[in-house]
Ligand binder design. Sequence first.
Ligand SMILES: [Zn+2]
Length: 85
Amino acid sequence: MEGSEDGLAALGRIEGELGEVERALARLDEGSYGRCRVCDGPIPDPVLAADPTVTTCTAHGPTAGPVDGPVDEQLDGRPGGDPPA
Ligand SMILES: [Zn+2]
């Protein structure tokens, strides 16, 4: 069932992206689209063009450092510890 697991993983990722787009559309409706959720400042057009679902300005984006906690923890993707016999 490895193939279907890949399909489910892809589906989950797509559903996550769809949720982000739906939230972006909701912000568009309420007039807060394109504004930083931290400082309420305008998000530059090139940033929105690169990622239309972004919710923070360049000063508060994920690349500018953590806003509400560390998000850059390393995930070690090693499989189970049993070596093949
Ligand atoms: Zn900001």
